[in-house]
Design a protein around this ligand. Structure first.
Ligand SMILES: *Cc1c(COP(=O)(O)O)cnc(C)c1O
Length: 386
């Protein structure tokens, strides 16, 4: 028997093999699903470690968390039953009267939740324009702000915020920085490396990638009291990700790098084709060199720009809705980050009162044939304008 080599396989290999998973008892290369809600105590009536009741996690959920922690370069990752329950755990752990700084335009569910806590007097919130660090700096209160929330690129405008710059501002004020980089998963943006304290992702999106799981994950560089409190919220609310869903998520993550690479290639092709198109007023995509966030995005996403974009069509709001109705390849559905491409009229989905352009169509570019996607949008735009 020769000695093992010292070479550590790359992150792509480690994630594709779910950390070179081999089940100890059987040699299986795929983890089993452990659905038990409870675990028997040992012969001395001691609780077995580390699992004793599923509201506190399971082997399968922990295996998915280990893969995400590897992707994020995190000390620990914690999986929730949805992205929203992960975000809510962070907001919920804040002390009453905490000051939060958040973008004016962000994922509508998170904004609604922040506004609920604000309306109930639980937290105070100051808002800034996504991507604008001067406004962010003016919004923090040194020594008072507890949490700075950055969503980059933000949904549905895909404005890019400089994470390292935001971290400097947050830390200078004694606040923690949370990033939501759901639009560019950790194989593109490792937010903790840029200075985020908590990296959040809706794992419903790219991490799982197959539109068959809802999940959310928080990852941290350092643990501590705040992390213990967030873990306690999950345990007491019972918002842990179910074992079956964790298993699907592990399966999805094995192809993360391949899927995202293809989505990025398709997205560039679609964005370039429709940039300057006679029926399109504007393409919002950081991958276009003319986009205001292009340079920062390049630094933060390793030269790929993700599969999310929006187009603002010419004509009326009805024209925009018609485009979604006339698509035959894009699905007229919400969500993002799956292998199939989706189109949505964002104003219809986020509802009245949310700041979104009435002619904005959000596109989640999947891994299909790019020419099919371009042809589909072309024919839908033509029909909507005739
Ligand atoms: C989808 C999404 C969320 C919420 O996650 P769910 O899994 O749908 O609960 C939060 N932030 C962003 C940017 C999202 O796209």
């Amino acid at each position: 028997m020769t000695d093992k080599s010292n070479r550590t396989p790359s992150l792509v290999t480690r994630v594709t093999q779910a950390l070179h998973f081999v089940e100890a008892e059987t040699g299986a290369v795929i983890p089993s699903i452990q659905p038990a809600a409870t675990y028997a105590r040992d012969e001395n009536y001691q609780v077995r470690k580390p699992y004793w009741y599923r509201r506190d996690g399971s082997q399968t959920t922990a295996q998915a968390e280990a893969v995400i922690a590897e992707l994020e370069g995190a000390k620990e990752s914690l999986l929730f039953a949805s992205g929203m329950s992960a975000c809510t755990a962070v907001i919920e752990h804040l002390p009453t009267g905490a000051h939060v700084v958040a973008p004016r335009v962000m994922y509508h569910g998170v904004l609604a939740q922040i506004q609920n806590y604000e309306a109930n007097g639980r937290i105070e919130v100051s808002y800034y324009t996504a991507g604008n660090l001067d406004e962010l700096a003016a919004a923090v209160r040194p020594g008072k702000t507890n949490l700075v929330w950055v969503e980059t690129p933000n949904n549905p405008d895909w404005e890019v915020t400089d994470i390292a710059g935001a971290a400097e501002i947050a830390h200078g004020a004694g606040a923690k920085l949370l990033t939501d980089c759901t639009g560019t998963p950790p194989n593109l943006t490792r937010a903790l490396d840029f200075g985020a304290d908590i990296s959040f992702h809706s794992a419903t999106k790219y991490l799982n990638g197959h539109s068959d799981v809802t999940a959310g994950v928080l990852s941290v560089r350092e643990t501590g009291q705040f992390w213990d409190e967030i873990c306690m919220v999950r345990k007491l609310q019972g918002t842990v990700l179910h074992s079956f869903d964790a298993w699907l998520l592990i399966r999805g993550m094995r192809t993360l790098f391949l899927r995202v690479e293809r989505s990025c290639q398709n997205a560039i092709a679609v964005a370039k084709h429709f940039d300057g198109h006679p029926h399109v007023e504007k393409v919002l995509y950081p991958g276009l060199p003319s986009d205001p966030g292009h340079e920062v995005a390049k630094k933060q996403t390793g030269g790929q720009f993700g599969g999310m974009m929006s187009i603002i069509v010419k004509g009326s709001e009805t024209t925009a809705i018609d485009v979604t109705r006339f698509c035959e390849v894009f699905y007229p559905a919400t969500s993002l980050g799956g292998v199939e491409s989706l189109i949505e009229h964002r104003k219809t989905v986020s509802g009245e009162g949310f700041p979104v352009h009435p002619r904005l169509l959000r596109l989640s570019i999947g891994i299909e044939d790019a020419d099919d996607l371009i042809y589909d949008l072309e024919q839908a735009l033509t029909r909507a304008n005739s």
